[in-house]
Design a protein around this ligand. Structure first.
Ligand SMILES: *Cc1c(COP(=O)(O)O)cnc(C)c1O
Length: 374
């Protein structure tokens, strides 16, 4: 390999460069307004996001984690309740459930899509189960119809963790708009990212939206009138202004990610021991991550070759959620998650973003092919 520049998994510099003028103007507008939290900028972003996602209400909050926490609280979920979720996700999925005092019950995943396996859900339902929290992992829809059927049969709520999937779709519907509540993260590395922490809760339920709006502002309906215990989880005007600049590009950016995924497929097809991402036929995968499997215990060797070639690659995620030390006490009672555990041993995410060049992808492919054939 040549001594080419390090190729990171995510490079935001092109996006910042392209939008610098518009972003500075948006931030200038906020400075001039002297209104830094909630207010007109946040309302304008909420309206634009609700329109794009096809939902009645969008509530801007501090982070994706808070969108999940407020969503759970707004649905009345708390101590004594159980929420069924995937065992394979970012920690915030489980953390949000436990933060409201409920218990996260983890189920295994589908080996092809890495998303929650609906066939594993019903066995874990108890009289305390109140909701299912599917995650649209890596930007690909969880199997929502099967999840909705189960939820309907058992009278459960659905909270979609759509933190990695802004603009993704399930059978023509935007992810996050299908369950009772959808939660988005605009952490800067997400496929729609702010310039700091930011999140959004969406719902078609008037009461849930109303309660979420109270919860984000210390449980108050109006100043000094606190009707419930809430949080400080208001969205900043600067972040809302930044997101208004970026959101109109999201379809173009997601299309560019999809094109890069197709190119990876051409470049990496037919390599033994390498399993490329599977696109379920029911949705529009937006490739927040391009995650493949490296079989037969060869992942760390491959990682080493990529590192030596100056190519970034990341493991999302190295352990299942129930393997987090915070859940150590309950490990004995938890169901085994063999498919998720195997994913933890095999997954590797390659460079993926809207401005990834074909040359860069060819560099990745050459190194990966060499590593797999070694
Ligand atoms: C990023 C992420 C979150 C949390 O979002 P923050 O904005 O970082 O709080 C939750 N769930 C998943 C699946 C995520 O990827």
């Amino acid at each position: 390999m040549d001594a080419a520049k390090f190729l990171p998994v995510l490079d935001l510099s092109g996006e910042v460069e392209e939008l610098r003028g518009a972003l500075l103007a948006a931030c200038g507008r906020v400075l001039d307004s002297n209104a830094f939290i909630l207010g007109a900028e946040v309302q304008a972003f909420e309206a634009a996001a609700a329109d794009y996602l096809g939902v009645k209400h969008a509530v801007g909050v501090n982070s994706g984690t808070d969108a999940l926490v407020l969503g759970l609280r707004a649905l009345g979920i708390g101590p004594g309740d159980e929420v069924i979720t995937t065992g394979f996700s970012f920690f915030a999925t489980a953390g949000s459930i436990e933060t409201v005092g409920a218990r996260a019950v983890f189920v295994d995943i589908d080996a092809d899509t890495f998303n929650i396996d609906p066939n594993c859900i019903e066995a874990r339902i108890t009289p305390s189960t109140r909701a299912i929290m599917p995650v649209h992992l890596y930007g690909q829809a969880a199997p929502m119809q099967a999840i909705r059927d189960i939820a309907e049969r058992h009278d459960l709520k659905i909270i979609e963790d759509a933190a990695q999937a802004f603009g993704g779709e399930y059978r023509g519907r935007k992810l996050g708009s299908i369950g009772d509540v959808g939660a988005f993260s605009f952490y800067p590395t997400k496929n729609l990212g702010a310039c700091g922490d930011a999140g959004l809760l969406v719902t078609n339920d008037d009461q849930v939206a109303q309660l979420a709006r109270k919860l984000r502002d210390h449980g108050s309906e109006r100043k000094y009138h606190h009707v419930t215990l809430g949080y400080n989880s208001r969205l900043d005007a600067i972040q809302a202004a930044v997101l208004q600049v970026k959101m109109p590009y999201i379809d173009t950016w997601n299309d560019a990610r999809r094109a890069a995924a197709r190119h990876y497929r051409e470049l990496l097809g037919g390599i033994e021991g390498l399993v490329l991402p599977h696109e379920a036929d029911y949705g529009r995968h937006v490739y927040h991550q391009y995650t493949l499997r490296i079989e037969d215990g060869r992942r760390s060797a491959v990682e080493e070759v990529l590192r030596a070639a100056g190519i970034g690659a990341v493991i999302y995620y190295p352990q299942t959620l129930p393997q987090a030390p915070v859940f150590a006490e309950r490990r004995g009672a938890a169901a085994p998650l063999p498919v998720a555990e195997q994913a933890c041993r095999e997954v590797l995410s390659l460079p993926m973003h809207p401005r990834l060049t074909e040359e860069a992808q060819e560099r990745v492919a050459m190194a990966l092919r060499a590593a797999m054939c070694a």
